[in-house]
Design a protein around this ligand. Structure first.
Ligand code: ATP
Ligand code: MG
Length: 420
């Protein structure tokens, strides 16, 4: 026998028995965005590497070490997308969309990062995200947060905490950066290797370190909030006011800086203590300078991305019963004539009852083995179709999940019965 080939580490299959919840969430979240006036956008999974290095920043973990990049046959440098904001911004500029007015878009799909795989952290993972272009007021970020808050409520998710912070303007951040470099340089002996490297190229990222040993040092570091410019302070006040109006609780986390370079002003994360180290479910913020940096006309923007794998881990951790099962029927067909007839009947049932799942038997087994298959499919009803039923123009219906009796009835009656 030949060797079998396995999937790549950190890139997993979604098995048929696990996919119902995924489909349900993708549909529910899409409907939610559409209800808030957002439109779906789809950009390619592969982009020029430059799209990401310019947007995300070369001194970030993603661009430094996590991207899947290669030189294409024609010499182009290409990458699998590690996130989708860069591609959406590229698309907005290429098609001149912000010129048509405010753009509210959402996307969903696979992202790729070469990280160390562990619970809640994979090399291929799925994000659902939203971006708003052309609005510079805090009402835009508040609406994004309202959407996610509604989602948690609709799904019945508990124990999610909204953390917010402001990164101020580029100028305020530059002042703060200098103060921070001073502080960490004075305490250089307490820095880990990653942080020593970041001290010169991305000192704000030290604040985001996941190394517990450094938390004391980080907690005592100067806070960006004390170096804010007036406009950003005002914007942050407005942001908090909207959240109050929406009755959405938050905490201000002065160490929240986000791992990507492009953010300014508001940043936010929804975090949970139910998933260990990978507790950030959803993260985002404002990135007013990015469109210009990517070659477009200046255009304020704000967005977020939600990790679907982590959302599903949380749903499982909280034991939420979310995707409602659909009523299902297994049509047991006995004899050659019934095989043909069952296809006709299933088509008629499907037209009358579009919500119901209908399994047509394709095993051609004995009645006993077909009943077993119906049970295995977790069907609510079996319809038995044999020569006698066909001759009498009747169906035999048997409820499988309670002790109900098997009954014979016409197709019309069966439709009414199954609707009930
Ligand atoms: P983390 O700090 O956990 O590495 P991040 O700051 O790199 O997250 P973002 O780039 O902001 O994450 O992505 C938004 C969301 O996408 C995260 O909050 C998380 O839910 C999800 N996510 C990011 N990286 C991964 C991954 N490797 N595997 C699974 N989900 C991920
Ligand atoms: Mg990361």
């Amino acid at each position: 026998m030949l060797d079998k080939i396995n999937a790549i580490r950190g890139m997993s299959d979604l098995l048929p028995r696990e996919s119902a919840l995924w489909l349900y969430l993708e549909q529910t979240i899409s409907d939610l965005f559409i209800g808030y006036g957002f439109k779906n956008i789809r950009t390619p999974i592969v982009e020029k590497t430059q799209t990401f290095s310019r947007a995300i920043g070369t001194a970030t973990d993603i661009v430094e070490k996590e991207m899947y990049s290669w030189e294409d046959a024609n010499g182009d440098l290409l990458s699998l997308r590690p996130e989708n904001t860069a591609g959406v911004v590229r698309c907005m500029i290429e098609h001149n969309l912000p010129r048509e007015g405010i753009q509210k878009v959402f996307y969903q799909g696979a992202m790729f990062r070469r990280e160390r795989p562990q619970k809640g952290r994979y090399r291929q993972f799925n994000q659902i995200g939203a971006e708003v272009f052309g609005a510079d007021n805090a009402k835009a970020e508040a609406e994004l947060i309202a959407i996610t808050h509604t989602l948690w409520q609709n799904l019945g998710i508990k124990n999610l905490q909204l953390e917010i912070n402001t990164l101020g303007s580029a100028a305020a951040r530059a002042d703060y950066r200098a103060v921070l470099v001073d502080y960490f340089t004075q305490h250089q002996s307490q820095l880990d290797e990653d942080s020593k490297r970041r001290l010169s190229n991305n000192p704000l990222r030290i604040l985001d370190s996941k190394n517990q040993d450094m938390h004391k040092l980080i907690a005592a570091a100067p806070k960006l909030i004390d170096y804010l410019d007036e406009d950003s302070k005002q914007h942050f006040e407005e942001f908090k006011n909207y959240l109050k109006q929406l009755d959405i609780a938050y905490i201000i986390n002065p160490r929240l800086v986000r791992g990507l370079d492009y953010y300014n002003r508001s940043v936010f994360e929804w975090t949970t203590s139910d998933l260990g180290a990978q507790g950030t479910i959803c993260a985002g913020g404002r990135y007013d300078g990015l469109v210009e940096k990517m070659g477009g006309k200046p255009c304020p923007a704000v967005g977020f991305a939600l990790g679907l794998e982590r959302l599903i881990l949380l749903i499982e951790a909280q034991n939420l019963n979310i995707a409602k099962p659909t009523k299902s029927i297994y049509i047991i067909a006995l004899g050659d004539e019934s095989q043909l007839k069952s296809m006709q009947i299933s088509a008629q049932l499907r037209r009358a009852l579009p919500q119901i799942i209908i399994y047509n038997d394709i095993s051609f087994g004995s009645i006993k083995s077909q009943f077993k298959k119906a049970d295995k499919a977790n069907a609510d009803f079996a319809i038995i179709l044999g020569t006698e039923e066909i001759n009498n123009n009747q169906l035999a219906i048997k409820p499988l999940k309670n002790q109900g009796e098997q009954q014979n009835m016409s197709l019309e009656k069966a439709i009414k019965y199954l609707k009930g």
